[in-house]
Design a protein around this ligand. Structure first.
Ligand code: SF4
Length: 164
């Protein structure tokens, strides 16, 4: 897996202050994507042990609520297993921290993946310019959903974490 950036103390991509990993690779090609530089799966730099250590050190800070995995698309087929492994390691070492996952795929396409099943929140769907709404929390267009993963898996249908 390759990545572009690790941002810290981020307040825009999930609840609380978060560390955000921006991975490389996305096939959705949304019109007016906020981050087209991340589309190339060969872009950015390798996600190595040093990058992982940087994230884990950040997660140790008590005021950091958790991690958000974004991009690019963390669920691009080339990223999926590395992301699933990273999530498992974070769960093991930091069980009190929350894990948010952004993807251009819809819940129905990815809800059986390990990476999704072990996350807390999935923000799903492509960005659709015609449905842009800057008043929404944590997403850019109204088609995208902020999904409570555990409740949705238990209910067998999408349960939203927030609707506004
Ligand atoms: S899914 Fe996200 S990163 Fe990918 S093209 Fe759409 S807005 Fe851009």
């Amino acid at each position: 897996m390759r990545y572009h950036n690790i941002t810290k103390d981020d307040m825009l991509n999930g609840d609380g202050l978060r560390v955000v990993l921006w991975v490389a690779g996305c096939t959705h090609k949304c019109k007016n994507c906020h981050n087209p530089v991340t589309w190339d799966i060969c872009g950015g730099i390798p996600f190595d042990e040093k990058a992982k250590k940087e994230i884990f050190e950040c997660l140790q800070k008590p005021y950091i609520s958790g991690i958000t995995l974004s991009g690019g698309d963390p669920l691009h087929p080339a990223n999926c297993s590395d992301i699933a492994n990273l999530i498992k390691e974070i769960r093991r070492d930091y069980p009190e921290k929350t894990i948010w996952l952004y993807t251009g795929f819809c819940w129905e396409e990815v809800c059986t993946l390990d990476a999704v099943q072990n996350a807390d929140i999935l923000v799903d769907g492509p960005y659709i310019e015609e449905e842009k709404d800057t008043s929404l929390h944590w997403r850019g267009s109204a088609n995208q959903r902020v999904i409570d993963v555990k409740k949705s898996l238990e209910a067998g249908k999408v349960i939203l974490y927030c609707e506004d």
